[in-house]
Write a protein that binds this ligand. Sequence first.
Ligand code: FE
Length: 339
Amino acid sequence: MKKVILLISLFFALTGISESNEVNIFSARHYDSDVQLYEKFTQKTGIKVNVVAGKDKSLQKRIIEEGKDCIADLYITADAGRLGAFQEKGMFQKVSSKVLKNAIPSNFRSPYWYGIAKRARVIYYAPKRLSETELKGMSYEDLADSKWKGKIVIRKSNNVYNQSLVASLIANNGKKKTAEWAKELVSNMARKPKGNDRAQILAVAAGEAELAIANTYYIALMLSGKKGPEQQTAAKTVKPFFPNQDDRGTHMNISGGGVLKYAPNKINAIKMLEFLLTKEAQEHIVNNTFEYPMINGVQPNKLIAQFGLDFKQDLKTNVSEYVKNQADALKIMTEAGWE
Ligand code: FE
């Protein structure tokens, strides 16, 4: 009898029949457009999508606390550092999917989570005050140059985008050099770190600083008018500059997701991930979030494509490395006086 039950449950486990015809997504991506995307998935597959949206920390906390009772199948968030940290807590399960492996370059995925879209963390400047030729050949390392004293704005060290950027510097230059770099960068800051990425771009537009560090999609978001006419006008006076073109390339990061360890609907969660890497889904994503597509054959939205698409991306540093250096990154930033 026991054997029969075991065989039956094995059959259901293998076929996925025991799964309900739905998938539960916990998402820290704050985009209404993602909901329309999930509706497309339902139309295609008949699988109902339930979304729990929230902040990264509170969603992760809930998933951990509820453990085996948690309904979540798929966790989606921004930044490889966050995905990696959640993986280190053992919250994802390994997924092996040929579709995902073929769609996503190896440096933008791990066996536990997969990149859905890309972003670069770049330098912004106002061409009216600073010509592009002055920036030519500039790297993140050059932000430590004393010629930028009092001229740089960047957000706080508790921000995961900054932690991943500094983690990538540790991976490439080592801890000692990065610690020296951080000290110099702090002494070059135009003000105490405050505000989000858009606030840094606005500071350059307002002439409070000459260089800002922020992610690529924010300039497009501002230019789109979705953040109001003032930010749209300000964004028109600022341009992104892609650092490290002469060596490893510009620092890249991802939005991504992984199937949770206790996912009740594992197969549907994989189907959703695979759907997110289709041309249709990628086009929807890049035209709403202004990120770069993960797959070939999809063009970014023109608001971001206008700044150039052939820049050299850092494909040498695997984004799954960021988490390894993130604690050191935060320590280095804090010790450098980076608030
Ligand atoms: Fe963001």
